[in-house]
Design a protein around this ligand. Structure first.
Ligand SMILES: [Zn+2]
Ligand SMILES: [Zn+2]
Length: 178
């Protein structure tokens, strides 16, 4: 079965938001082979028990009162349509950062989340991705940036979070640490 498509989170397996799993979904009561392992904002705790289909069609939101991306984290400095905020918070897999997450926006729309990246991933992605992260730090080329760049790690802080504009394809990023 093909995974549902998430407009703002196009590769949720690659980012680690979804995993192959035998777990049964608490919403549809089916074990569909994949489970969501990202953050769930709800009264109850729901850990690794919601399938991606129940996120995509809104049923997990409606049945559990859950959201998956904190509304306050979305496009902090942009004004986005309510429909975009709703799709993100209620029907899109989220990700967990070290600090309050930010879901970046560009061209008056929320961006696609590409994933968490560290030094190795950025080297593989190339100069535009590296520049996006560097710009988010405010550091100029030099030893301070070199030290920070070398320390960036996907699974240990400091970690960078890479996004791509759905309209102009620009890469954007932010970074945080413990
Ligand atoms: Zn389900
Ligand atoms: Zn753009």
């Amino acid at each position: 079965m093909n995974l549902p498509t998430f407009t703002y989170h196009p590769a949720p397996l690659a980012t680690g938001a979804l995993q192959l799993s035998p777990n049964t979904c608490i919403v549809c009561q089916q074990a569909r082979g994949y489970i969501y392992v990202g953050p769930v904002y709800a009264v109850e705790e729901y850990e690794a028990c919601i399938c991606p289909w129940c996120i995509a069609d809104g049923s997990a939101h409606h049945r559990l009162g859950a959201t998956f991306i904190d509304e306050d984290s979305i496009g902090p400095d942009a004004s986005l349509d309510d429909a975009v905020i709703t799709e993100l918070s209620q029907r899109t897999p989220g990700f967990a950062g070290w600090q309050q997450e930010q879901w970046l926006a560009h061209c008056d729309d929320a961006c696609e989340f590409i994933g968490k990246v560290g030094h190795a991933e950025l080297l593989a992605l190339g100069s535009e991705a590296i520049r996006a992260v560097q710009a988010s730090t405010g550091l100029q080329d030099g030893p301070r940036w070199d030290v920070f760049f070398a320390a960036l790690h996907k699974d240990r802080g400091p970690t960078a979070y890479l996004f791509k504009c759905r309209h102009c394809s620009a890469l954007d990023a932010y970074q945080d640490t413990h």
